[in-house]
Write a protein that binds this ligand. Structure first.
Ligand SMILES: Cc1cc2nc3c(=O)[nH]c(=O)nc-3n(C[C@H](O)[C@H](O)[C@H](O)COP(=O)(O)OP(=O)(O)OC[C@H]3O[C@@H](n4cnc5c(N)ncnc54)[C@H](O)[C@@H]3O)c2cc1C
Length: 402
């Protein structure tokens, strides 16, 4: 089978569905959205599910429910792209079937990130044996909650994942909510809490780090800055940390670990590099111009979202401007509005207060609301993030209306 489309979008996650809806609102037709996953998930809720304050099934929809009217959903995985011939080969659904080939005028890649289990030796074994987990691995978000709540003493390690990571700083949401829970239960004094971060300070962002330091002190957390988890040993129950830059080459080992909240490193799906569209790095990201989001070597290809070289920390909030840039470029065929790298990290500092770290590509604060300091942890911001954002996501964002 083969079919021709004006626009093919690979990946029906936050980026792909929002862009497809935006293009439909702009009056464009003949759009295909390719994704083998039957379920679309509001991923920011995974951190609340891990903290035990949300049920994830309420924030999942069938893919058919979120695909905009007039857009054709093709439930296959993209396996190969020929940018010169402008075709995409899809995986077959049965062994007897050869996968369809699509031809396109414009191709947009937003297949998100996928875990590199082999990059941290021993981590998969610790996951299988139930003492390592992360909300970033959705199958384990529910287990993370049960495990965090069960801890009454001993040593726990949380790690902010090195980039590229999908809003990696939100690991702090799980960390602070867990510490708040342990404090309320009266057991925090018996728990030795460690945080490994690849950044200097906490997230390497001021004034965010200044806001977070009092909570690090309040919960008695030991911070290992500029480090990353390099190995986990299931039998010895250790987590090894290595320095993340040349100035910090030291290795240290944390032993007798009860719980390791460690996210696997991430990469773009393999087909990107295999099609010659990767940036050549370990993560094989889609090599786009971070300002226009157009591929640097294939002029009818764009990339956005977690898997593209957008040169900022990826997040769902970063997609609002990214979708606008790509939609404008496809509409006018001319130079797009520049993307300044705006992104956001919502951080719960307790079970009922949250702050927003909004910044641009250079780490400069980029507040989206004037006149109210959202870097200050507030109850209202927590309520907005927990209850209002999901409604905006399903009713507005995925319908191309934000
Ligand atoms: C635990 C967690 C918490 C987060 N919290 C926040 C938050 O509080 N605020 C915030 O702004 N952001 C948050 N994010 C980040 C946000 O969810 C992501 O930035 C956003 O979902 C990225 O969108 P995307 O479309 O690039 O990728 P995804 O949403 O991951 O979608 C990618 C899609 O591509 C599909 N795909 C993969 N391979 C193929 C293939 N070969 N062919 C076809 N389709 C394919 C996948 O099935 C998937 O549906 C969080 C993320 C996680 C994991």
């Amino acid at each position: 089978m083969s079919a021709a489309f004006d626009t093919v979008i690979i990946g029906a996650g936050n980026a792909g569905v929002s862009l497809a809806a935006r293009l439909r609102n702009d009056g464009r037709h003949n759009i295909a959205l390719v994704d083998p996953n039957p379920v679309h998930r509001y991923r920011p809720m995974l951190n609340y599910a891990a903290a035990g304050t949300a049920r994830m099934d309420r924030y999942e929809r069938s893919m058919a429910q979120v695909v905009p009217d007039g857009v054709q959903l093709l439930p296959h995985a993209a396996t190969k792209i020929d940018p010169a011939g402008r075709t995409v080969t899809l995986g077959s659904r049965t062994a007897a079937d050869s996968g369809p080939t699509l031809s396109y005028d414009n191709l947009v890649l937003c297949p998100g990130l996928t875990p590199r289990w082999d990059a941290i030796p021993g981590l998969d074994e610790a996951y299988v044996n139930g003492w390592a987990m992360s909300a970033h691995v959705p199958e384990y978000a529910g287990r993370a909650c049960a495990a965090l709540v069960r801890v009454r003493e001993g040593t726990v390690v949380f790690a902010v994942p090195p980039e590229p990571a999908s809003c990696g700083g939100t690991v702090l949401k799980a960390l602070f909510q867990a510490c708040d829970h342990w404090q309320r239960e009266g057991v925090l004094d018996r728990i030795d809490v460690h945080l490994a971060t690849p950044f200097s300070g906490i997230l390497g962002l001021e004034p965010t780090d200044a806001r977070l330091r009092p909570y690090i002190t309040r919960y008695g957390i030991t911070v290992h800055e500029q480090t990353h988890v390099s190995a986990v040993d299931h039998h010895a129950r250790t987590v090894r940390l290595d320095g993340s830059d040349t100035a910090q080459l030291s290795t240290r080992e944390i032993s007798n670990v009860n719980l390791a909240y460690v996210t696997p490193l991430s990469r773009a799906p393999q087909f990107v590099a295999e099609s010659g569209l990767g940036d050549g790095g370990d993560a094989g990201l889609i090599e786009v111009d971070p300002v226009t989001l157009r591929h640097t070597r294939a002029e009818s290809v764009w990339g956005l979202g977690d898997a593209a070289t957008v040169d900022t920390r990826p997040s769902g909030g970063a997609l609002r401007p990214q979708v606008a840039v790509v939609a404008d470029d496809l509409r006018t065929g001319g130079p797009a509005t520049p993307y300044d790298g705006y992104t956001i990290i919502p951080i719960a500092v307790s079970r009922d207060r949250l702050m927003l770290a909004e910044h641009d590509r250079d780490g400069r604060p980029a507040p989206s609301v004037r006149g109210i300091d959202l870097t200050r942890p507030r109850r209202i911001t927590h309520l907005f993030d927990r209850y209002v954002q999901p409604v905006i996501y399903f009713r507005k964002l995925l319908r191309g209306r934000v």
